[in-house]
Design a protein around this ligand. Structure first.
Ligand code: FE2
Length: 419
């Protein structure tokens, strides 16, 4: 039995400061709890559930400098063209090594839950094979969900729809899609319908790259939402990116947000990547590339953030740091009232867990696995303001890592003299 004391628990409103853990599970939360074999004083620091990266491409990581990978226009579409060449040289060993390095980088920054899209427009399914193996090997330490994702189209890539079905049979968790990349609106719509059909047929979750474009006429989110609402699987569905929804007019946006509320569909935005990729054909003002995160959040629609890219042909400087993603996201979305700042860690924790459909085993609650982070801050506001480091990541009651707290309270001579 272990007791973590002197904790400031995120979302815990009754001042409980102790967490008792037995056999990897939280058995009590409160004050003056029974003694344990091991007691760990957290020094009044903030304890939050693990970070969730709800959208990442682990088969692409660290390929930004590969031969043929340079994306000179900085657009999504050139990134796809560059990846087409890069993936030809991918081997199982190389895919495995890079993915492991990417996961390690994320875990070292507090992530314990990852949803990764894996390109299945590949007759050999190299990335998928590597990822399925890693998912099982790391299961106890990091929860990984795999999306069968047709990067070059479900139909624009010949046989893409069949590769997705094969990937689902092999064990992928979610059906993906990229309707805005198909060659005509009708074909994009056909791909959305097929995504929903396959999810129903195999009992899988859905996560579609949806409307990742500045084209306000790209409105596949409308069809996706309607179809999953009809089937009653909105909560099992995610629309990722939805950049164009940030450019539509309000009359359309608010009607749609009413329908999103009804379906319970989830949204994932990727602030750093889309701020970089979108608006490339704009002169000025340039769009931010972000969907309506603030309005969705205010209207009770589940929305969360993802890293998307770690050093790949789409975005070179991703590093798996979800605090950095949150920082960028709240700036771009203008989320900055004190009330919002107190709650915005939800965007990289609880909201991500809801998107992944893992709420039954996520959160700091009695009966759930003892998975949590210790941040170098005393309050949620200070965690966000200081972009606080993760001092410890605990999984099933054991440390994945812990590091000493860097001291920000150094005395600078000039100020001591001035005082
Ligand atoms: Fe993506």
């Amino acid at each position: 039995m272990k007791k973590f004391t002197n904790a400031r628990i995120y979302r815990q409103h009754d001042h409980a400061s102790e967490i008792l853990v037995d056999k990897g599970v939280i058995t009590q939360i409160g004050t003056n709890l029974p003694e344990a074999d091991e007691e760990i004083d957290l020094g009044g620091r903030l304890v939050v559930p693990p970070y969730v990266d709800a959208h990442l491409h682990l088969d692409y990581v660290y390929t930004a400098r590969n031969e043929g990978a340079t994306n000179t226009s900085g657009t999504l579409f050139e990134g796809i063209a560059r990846w087409h060449d890069v993936k030809k040289t991918q081997t199982l060993e190389d895919a495995r090594e890079r993915a492991l390095k990417g996961i390690e980088e994320e875990v070292s920054k507090g992530v314990q839950f990852i949803r990764t899209h894996i390109d299945v427009d590949d007759p050999k399914l190299t990335g998928l094979k590597a990822m399925l193996e890693i998912r099982e090997q790391l299961r106890d330490n990091v929860t990984i969900q795999i999306v069968a994702f047709p990067q070059e189209g479900m139909y624009a890539y010949k046989g893409g729809d069949e590769m997705i079905e094969e990937a689902l049979k092999m064990g992928a968790d979610c059906v993906g899609g990229i309707p805005h990349f198909e060659w005509a609106r009708e074909i994009g719509e056909k791909s959305v319908r097929r995504t929903v059909e396959l999810a129903e047929k195999y009992g899988k979750l859905i996560d579609v790259h949806c409307d990742e474009t500045d084209d306000v006429m790209s409105r596949f989110v409308e069809l996706l939402n309607a179809l999953v609402m009809i089937e009653g699987i909105g909560a099992r569905t995610t629309a990722s990116h939805t950049c164009s929804f940030g450019s539509v007019d309000n009359a359309y946006a608010y009607r749609m947000m009413g329908l999103f509320q009804k379906s319970g569909m989830n949204f994932t935005a990727n602030p750093t990547e889309n701020a970089y990729l979108q608006g490339r054909q704009d002169s000025y003002p340039k769009r931010r590339g972000l969907t309506r995160v603030k309005e969705m959040w205010e209207n009770g629609i589940n929305v969360c953030f993802g890293q998307d890219s770690i050093n790949d042909p789409w975005y070179p400087v991703g590093n798996g740091n979800m605090m950095n993603i949150l920082d960028n996201g709240i700036h771009l979305a203008q989320i900055m009232s004190f009330d919002e700042l107190d709650r915005c860690l939800d965007l990289i924790t609880y909201n991500g867990a809801k998107t992944l459909n893992v709420e039954d085993r996520y959160g700091i609650e009695v009966g759930k696995p003892a998975n949590f982070l210790v941040l170098n801050a005393n309050t949620p506001f200070e965690a966000v303001r200081q972009r606080a480091d993760v001092l410890a990541s605990i999984r099933n009651g054991e440390y994945l890592f812990k590091r000493p707290a860097p001291s920000y309270e150094i005395e600078i001579d000039l100020f001591r003299k001035t005082r």
